[in-house]
Design a protein around this ligand. Structure first.
Ligand code: IMP
Length: 415
């Protein structure tokens, strides 16, 4: 017994929510350890679609512990709306625990996110404008307030002091919010959330010492990682294996397996390099058939062929033990399917994922081309099997299962 981590291997939206939903059956609890209201995990249960931003996917299941750990940045208003929505729909099923160490988002984080994006002009990052970047910046700059501060009698005083500091640093914020109203609002949030707030580090270690099995559900994807992603076109948290530890407080000794989730093609929302992007009919086909529109923002996602170089980089850094390949059904019916196996830049072949955006933005993908296939029933046709085998060999990691539709049962187990 121990913990299992599920990490997105691309730019997010790989279908992690759905894989967590499959794996959760054999687990006692689900832990969110990074990201915040920028995340959007789509899970389909009993033909109902749920879009979760801050709550762990295990909340849709009976008798699971759901832990929002210290690495998650919390917008309490969003969290409460999400809880209320699930309660109204009769799907707030598990137990919920919220870390007292988690940093808080305030309305000025969202305002700063918007101002920063507009000042970047054509170089904007395409953030979700949920305030996540400015919020994590405050944490690193030691100017954040955490859930534990919300519990303290001096919360109002602390927030007022922080607001004065912010306005002096960013005069553009002057008059944008009424801090006394925000303080009252957050006191109300506290009343609602208080029953769920605990020391989740202590809780996680107790659960693990009782032999409970936990699933650590990553948000976003590895290529959006603050350290390893396509910087600066990244999110502001650690979406890698490192984030599992810093964002939850479990130790590496307790981690049993690390599973990666990759889409059978690639997508990205927002700006930044995307070497295999398709700006043609095939790209549109993938977007429409795959319903590639952002869960958090509704923005159309950019689409392209599977980039095995980038995905191998993700597997290597995160020590991936097995992969779940999602949305195989979207490739079904295409005349041919390509995967990128290297890049060409200024006449040189590059077979690793470069740090330089100049290279990534100007390289030409070198493709391996496969014949397309047509699925009938739930058997993978031989050409689809060859495609998977090629990916396994290239990445050096086995594909454990393949999703062929959004429903829970549309899944082929390859273990
Ligand atoms: P931020 O996390 O809102 O600051 O946005 C930074 C970048 O990460 C933007 O390109 C977003 O589109 C992207 N991003 C953030 N969260 C997600 C997600 O859950 N899925 C996919 N992309 C995301």
């Amino acid at each position: 017994m121990g913990a299992i981590a599920v990490i997105g291997l691309q730019w997010g939206d790989e279908g992690k929510g759905r894989i967590v939903d499959l794996l959760v059956k054999n687990c006692d609890g689900v832990v969110r350890y990074n990201g915040g209201p920028n995340a959007g995990h789509t899970v389909v249960v009993d033909n109902e679609i749920f879009k979760l931003h801050l709550l762990p996917s295990g909340i849709l299941h009976k008798d699971k512990a759901n832990i929002v750990a210290n690495g998650v940045i919390i917008d309490p208003g969003v969290l409460i709306d999400e809880i209320e929505n699930l309660k109204q729909r009769g799907f707030f099923n598990g137990e919920l625990f919220i870390s007292d160490r988690a940093p808080l988002l305030f309305p000025y984080h969202k305002i700063l996110d918007e101002i920063e994006e507009s000042l970047r002009g054509s170089f904007n990052l395409g953030t979700t404008k949920r305030g996540v970047g400015p919020g994590y910046t405050d944490e690193v700059n030691r100017s954040a307030l955490r859930i534990t501060d919300l519990l303290s009698d001096s919360f109002g005083e602390k927030l007022r002091r922080l607001w004065d500091f912010k306005v002096r640093l960013f005069p553009v914020l002057e008059g944008r919010i009424e801090i006394d109203r925000v303080i009252d609002e957050y006191h109300n949030y506290l009343e609602y959330l208080k029953p769920y707030i605990v020391d989740t580090v202590d809780l996680l270690h107790k659960l693990l010492s009782e032999g409970k099995k936990l699933l650590l559900e990553g948000a976003q994807g590895f290529l959006l990682d603050i350290d390893f992603g396509t910087y600066p076109y990244v999110s502001s948290s650690s979406t890698s294996i490192g984030g599992v530890f810093s964002g939850s407080g479990i130790s590496q000794k307790q981690l049993e397996s690390v599973y990666g989730v990759a889409k059978a093609y690639m997508t990205r929302v927002g700006g930044g390099p995307f070497p295999t992007e398709l700006k043609d009919d095939t790209g549109n086909y993938l977007r429409e058939k795959g319903k590639e529109y952002g869960t958090a923002t509704g923005r159309p996602r950019r689409t392209g062929w599977l980039d095995c170089v980038a995905t191998r980089y993700s597997c290597r850094v995160n020590g991936i033990d097995g992969i779940y390949l999602t949305k195989m059904d979207i490739l079904d019916g295409l005349p041919e399917i390509k995967v990128c196996v290297a890049y060409e830049y200024e006449g040189n072949r590059i077979d690793y994922f470069p740090a330089s955006l100049d290279i990534l933005e100007n390289c030409t993908p070198i493709y391996e081309t496969f014949p397309g296939w047509r699925m009938s029933g739930t058997e993978l046709p031989p050409d689809a099997k060859s495609y998977i085998k090629y990916i396994e060999d290239f990445l050096g990691v086995n594909v454990l299962g393949v999703s062929i539709g959004p429903e829970r049962e549309a899944f082929i187990d390859l273990c």
